[in-house]
Design a protein around this ligand. Structure first.
Ligand SMILES: [Zn+2]
Length: 213
């Protein structure tokens, strides 16, 4: 029998003695009344880019979906088992959230694999190559520009893929309809895991800029 990882048990003991104790009333209220987050975050699985850490959010505040490279597929009601689409559907239809943020990040391994699959250990996987193929021709197009450095290409695809995911998100009929009624806002963001900086997408131009605080 394997022991449950000790660092998780230690971490949980700290949680119970610290944050849970401090926020007990709020957490019990959430348990009794249910969750009512107003914001969904679609982020990468990368352990360095946790939305609750980046946005300093407590329990009940963010409805978070994480997948490899924070991609959103197109609306595809084909009877398949679509995890990302199911979470989006629940966020909108079940929770009535009013903001969706697609948040990419620097040094994303999924994006790196899409740009240089032949050099990536992820290439051998059965699922990641297929998943990243959602980006279509975008990685190849960037690869053709030999004046871009590897770093520039990586950052560019991290940000282009966010705009691509926003475009895909709008193929969900209820997303487009709620946006038209001004009941839902879709945002892009990019997190620099090294400096901790957050860049937000200008919804008019698509540029990523440092937010005015
Ligand atoms: Zn990533």
């Amino acid at each position: 029998m394997h022991r449950f990882p000790q660092h998780l048990l230690d971490g949980h003991a700290n949680f119970i003695g610290g944050r849970y104790l401090r926020e007990r009333d709020r957490i019990r209220g959430l348990a009794a009344l249910g969750q009512t987050p107003s914001t969904m975050i679609i982020a990468c699985c990368d352990s360095r880019a946790a939305p609750e850490m980046i946005f300093d959010a407590g329990p009940g505040e963010l409805f978070v979906l994480r997948n490899v490279a924070n991609l959103v597929p197109v609306y595809q009601p084909d009877g398949g088992q679509h995890g990302t689409s199911a979470a989006i559907e629940f966020a909108i239809k079940g929770l009535g959230i009013s903001n969706i943020v697609i948040m990419g990040h620097g040094r994303c391994g999924g994006i790196r694999a899409a740009l240089a699959p032949e050099h990536s250990p992820l290439h051998e996987g059965d699922f990641i190559g297929k998943w990243m193929s959602m980006l279509g021709e975008l990685p190849e197009q960037l690869g053709q520009n030999t004046l871009l450095t590897d770093g520039e290409r990586q950052t560019a695809l991290e940000r282009i893929s966010i705009r691509n995911s926003i475009r895909n998100l709008r193929t969900f009929p209820y997303v487009a309809a709620l946006e038209a009624e001004d009941k839902l806002q879709v945002h892009g963001a990019w997190f620099d895991i090294s400096t901790g900086e957050l860049w937000v997408m200008d919804t008019d131009t698509g540029d990523f800029v440092r937010p005015q605080i």
